[in-house]
Design a protein around this ligand. Sequence first.
Ligand SMILES: [Zn+2]
Ligand SMILES: [Zn+2]
Length: 195
Amino acid sequence: MYSSELSEEQVKQLLDEREWTNQFTKPQARDGYKFCARCKLEQPTTEFTKDKNRADKLKRYCKTCCKKEREEKRDYHRTQSKAWREANPERFKERRDAWSTKNRLQENERLRVLNAKRRRVMKADAIVEEVDYNEILIRDNYICYICGDIIDMSDVQFDHVIPLSRGGNHTMENVKATHKWCNQLKGDRLMDEPW
Ligand SMILES: [Zn+2]
Ligand SMILES: [Zn+2]
């Protein structure tokens, strides 16, 4: 370390001198070889990753050393962030909650878009009321209105008898219980149309 009494100019000079002596003490690698600045071993240039920002277009460290360095850095950051979490549990919780709020907003946005798309499918004058699916099931006696068979609860779906895209309403009257399969088969057809 340099004393604080040295001027900026003097520091620069000292650094230049060190660079100068380094140039002469550095061993010269054989052709097609290079010294790794970390493990100090002379290795074939193929053992070095390319680096277009450096004079010899190769990284200072050999591939093995680069990997070691990455792992060390990673371990260091892991330890650091773990230590931070343990030292600041409150702030960690804040950050985590902020993150999940952000996700929740994203989820709401997704639903908004989905609903807007659905709305576009409906006719502008469609009637929309809140539908009680449990009540529909009881009303329909757990019977699929398409095939007339009983519906297992793992296989239930609700269908707009007159599809929304064909001017149907989202009302108790127009929503009936079906099998998933039957509903899929029916698609956007009306019941009295050929299947
Ligand atoms: Zn190395
Ligand atoms: Zn059915």
